[in-house]
Design a protein around this ligand. Structure first.
Ligand SMILES: *Cc1c(COP(=O)(O)O)cnc(C)c1O
Length: 383
């Protein structure tokens, strides 16, 4: 395959993170791997297979296209749950292929029953309950109406789960809101049960709730960011480190983003590098070009700010990040040569370029930076 950069995904790091996360759960609480946003930039197919190898059997995606891509690469023993978007045509496909999905409106419930009827196969649904996020979810009198509809269409609707999502479990600022969401969830579930609706799996917790609110774990947790080795917020990290006896971060990053030096050029003192005049050489410099730019997700805001690793040394980005090329100063790197490996993100030798350092520079969250890594950079699994 041809490429100008590639992303390595570490299997041992994922196995390690999943073990850690499972150690935070009661035995019997199921682990669902959240792989929306192209598996937070890691690549749905590659990451999905890897997670399966690491023992994960439940996956949560945002939309039907993600569910489709994932199902192509997973054995049938894996369960796939669509938490977000699914249109009417996709509903039939999902039911036919044993894909589970959230129901967050009465219209969706009716559509699911209609699709199940025409397929002669019950829909496997999760009732998304409004508890205070006010984004999507069945709320107010919709819950009662949904319950009545489900009771009348029992043969068509298999209520596998009930769920909700917290509006900010990663910050103690939202503590009251999270606690009240859980209480509301419990009371809506009791109501559904009082109507005779059996619900096998209750699930509410994302990564932050797994760490900060053990009472939210219930039957299953939906973990995204932490399985990739990132903390949902500095606060959750500090909170954990405060109560842990071990001083080391229990999570490991999976991603290394790498490229190579494409060209080396000696530049005289007083010259400008690249477009415009944002960088002028103070002395004679050796400049390396790397075939990665903002079209590949290397943000233009890292112009004259970012750093890469070459031969275990940090090399600063000089000049403006171009669409497909960026330049770095390698004057101080001994024996630097054409085709040398360049690490844009991740580890080389004793140095490390973290996503957080990227994010601080560009004021993006880990979540956003990861998911903006383009789909078409090849992902490779490493040990
Ligand atoms: C993204 C998402 C999660 C996972 O969140 P993390 O913070 O990455 O663990 C869980 N549930 C829902 C509904 C989500 O959209």
């Amino acid at each position: 395959m041809f490429y100008s950069s590639y992303i390595e995904i570490s299997q041992s790091a994922l196995a390690h993170n999943i073990n850690f996360l499972k150690s935070q759960l009661r035995p019997g609480t199921q682990f669902s791997s959240v792989i929306k946003g192209n598996a937070y930039g890691h690549g749905i197919e590659e990451f999905g297979r890897l997670a399966y190898t690491c023992g994960v059997r439940h996956f949560s995606v945002f939309s039907a296209d993600e569910a489709y891509r994932l199902q192509q690469v997973l054995p049938h023993t894996a369960t796939i749950l669509i938490m977000g978007y699914i249109d009417e045509e996709e509903l039939e496909w999902a039911i036919a292929h044993d894909i589970e999905f959230y129901v967050f409106s009465l219209a969706r419930l009716e559509q699911a029953a209609a699709a199940a009827k025409s397929l002669q196969k019950p829909a496997r649904i999760h009732l998304d309950l409004e508890t205070g996020m006010n984004r999507i979810g069945l709320g107010g009198d919709e819950i009662e109406k949904a319950a009545d509809f489900i009771c009348k269409n029992e043969a068509l609707l298999n209520v596998v789960g009930a769920c909700t999502h917290y509006a900010g479990a990663e910050s103690s600022e939202n503590h009251e809101r999270v606690i009240s969401q859980l209480a509301k969830f419990r009371s809506s579930v009791s109501f559904l049960q009082s109507k005779g609706i059996q619900i096998k799996t209750l699930h509410t917790a994302c990564s932050a709730a797994v760490m900060a609110y053990p009472e939210t774990h219930l039957d299953m947790v939906r973990v995204g960011i932490m399985q990739y080795g990132f903390w949902p917020s500095p606060e959750i990290y500090q909170r954990y480190m405060g109560i842990s006896t071990d001083r080391t971060d229990p999570l490991r990053r999976l991603i290394n983003w790498k490229s190579h030096i494409m060209s080396l050029k000696q530049v005289q003192a007083g010259e400008f590098i690249g477009y415009g005049q944002s960088f002028q050489t103070a002395h004679e410099m050796l400049i390396a070009s790397i075939p990665v730019g903002y079209a590949w997700g290397y943000s233009r805001t890292l112009s004259n700010q970012g750093q890469v690793l070459i031969r275990g040394h940090r090399a600063p980005v000089v000049g403006i990040v171009n669409m497909n090329v960026l330049m770095v100063d390698v004057t101080a790197i001994p024996e630097v040569a054409l085709k040398d490996e360049v690490v844009l993100l991740g580890r080389q030798g004793n140095e490390n370029i973290t996503v957080a350092s990227f994010s601080e520079l560009t004021t993006q969250l880990n979540y956003e930076l990861l998911t903006r890594l383009p789909l078409n950079i090849p992902r490779r699994i490493i040990e």
